[in-house]
Write a protein that binds this ligand. Sequence first.
Ligand code: PXG
Length: 288
Amino acid sequence: MAFKVSINGELFDKEDAKISVYDHGLLYGDGVFEGMRSYGGRVFRLEEHLDRLWASAKAIWLEIPIARAELGRQIHELLKTNGISDGYIRLVVTRGAGTLGLDPNRTSNPQIIIITDHIALYPEEFYENGLEIVTASTIRNHSAALSPRIKSLNYLNNILAKIEGLRAGCIEAMMLNHKGEVAECTGDNIFIVRHGSVYTPPLDAGILDGITRQTVITLAREEGLTVHESALTKYDVYTADECFLTGSAAEIIPVVRIDDRVIGSGRPGPVTRDLTRLFHELTRHVVL
Ligand code: PXG
């Protein structure tokens, strides 16, 4: 069965779900999006994702022409229609079709697109053995130019870094900010563990305010761990005991090598494994 895709509340077969080539989302990357997960048919942290979507839209003067509650309802309805229980949801709001000029006042009808699909996970071996990553030479967008807190449809900054990673044989790459501090990876936030404490770059390092990041910070604190949101350098990552990444798609994934240096023991560490277990308990309601 072909999945249905929702455009402005109307359902289309996946192959027939199309929008105008004049849409400024396509022409200029002018729009915002969210990537979410569902567990057991319920969207994980839906309110936080909708908060971030509305905040991203506000930051680019885009008014989302639907009530929040209605959008939430449509997402859950589509999951049901597509028979997806544990899945991935892509929510996209474009500026809409306009003229071949930048002026957003000449656009009309922002397009609200909801795609639900099966989740394409990283291979299981990466969760068991950890990832190798590299530092990209492409730095994260300067927040005074385009705030990394805006989850906009223009992801070229991250895609260029991702390509650098892929060309080095890695599926993720670490990005620094304009000050040379660690920012985040191309689609995941980054954490390190040192002497039993957890460290992650602060929002003002110029990163996406990751919803998994916030969930993991809370879980770690509830577990009695100290979490510092503080500026990190490559040196801190090179000399960390453990490192892991967080994101809606990846959840929590260990990193065991960076820039050809082994992190800690070279195996996923105990704090990473503990937090992963807690995260699974939270999302899958399984008490181990
Ligand atoms: N940083 C960036 C730059 C992201 O795009 C995250 C961190 C993690 O945030 P959440 O809220 O998910 O914990 C993201 C979001 C993909 C893909 O296909 C991943 C994201 C976005 C778009 C696509 O892997 N991650």
